[in-house]
Design a protein around this ligand. Structure first.
Ligand SMILES: [Fe+2]
Length: 213
């Protein structure tokens, strides 16, 4: 097991909560782990953190990644009954078709949808934002290495990997029916700040200090 010096690249999760009206307003933005966990718990979404395993190269194989997190993965499977686990990853490269592949991958789950299975993702590397549309609000959860997010089945949500997707995630499934999205047709994703905007916002806050929120 590669469990040495585990947490060197752990960064904080970041949550922004918006109203879901025609002109969304920001209700909350925070990188406080306890605050984020509590806010998500209130909408039945679970966020846990695992120690990040050191020594996994970007683009490591599925076998290497699952072996590195064998104990944690086994525990989740045993406790929550998942029967399938795999690794999804996307990293920028120099190929001429990268922009097209990146855009196509991003588009796939960028509109609001639901699934009839939970959506459970552990971020091994990189980042992505899950937008959870529940009770008139949108919780935008920027997931980063070490984050295990569990979104219950039938939760309306979308996912943005940004214009330059770069992430590695372990996925857990209850069955092998394939991962399909049931799209709601609600264009709400188009009026909520996207991955690039939220990442830029967070970077400017980090550079300039908090604005009182
Ligand atoms: Fe989804």
């Amino acid at each position: 097991m590669l469990k040495l010096a585990a947490t060197h690249n752990r960064s904080m999760t970041y949550l922004t909560v918006y109203t879901d009206g025609d002109t969304p307003e920001t209700l909350l933005e925070t990188d406080d782990a306890a605050e984020i966990t509590a806010a998500l718990k209130a909408i039945d979404v679970r966020l846990r953190t695992w120690e990040v395993v050191d020594g996994l190269a970007t683009g490591a194989s599925q076998e290497e990644i699952l072996a590195a997190y064998r104990d944690e993965v086994s525990r989740v499977i045993a406790e929550e009954g998942y029967t399938l686990v795999d690794v999804a990853q996307l990293h920028p490269d120099d190929s001429t078709d990268w922009p097209e592949r990146a855009a196509a991958a991003r588009r796939k789950f960028l509109a609001e949808h639901t699934h009839d299975d939970d959506e459970v993702r552990f971020f091994v590397g990189g980042s992505g934002i899950f937008y959870l549309h529940v009770d008139g609000k949108v919780h935008a959860v920027l997931c980063e290495p070490g984050d295990l997010l569990s979104v219950p089945k039938n939760t309306t949500h979308w996912f943005d990997m940004g214009t330059s997707p770069d992430f590695t995630a372990i996925r857990f499934f209850h069955d092998d029916d394939g991962w399909v999205g049931d799209f709601t047709g609600d264009p709400i994703a188009e009026r909520i700040p996207d991955f690039d905007a939220i990442v830029a916002r967070r970077a400017s806050l980090a550079a300039g200090g908090r604005d009182g929120r």
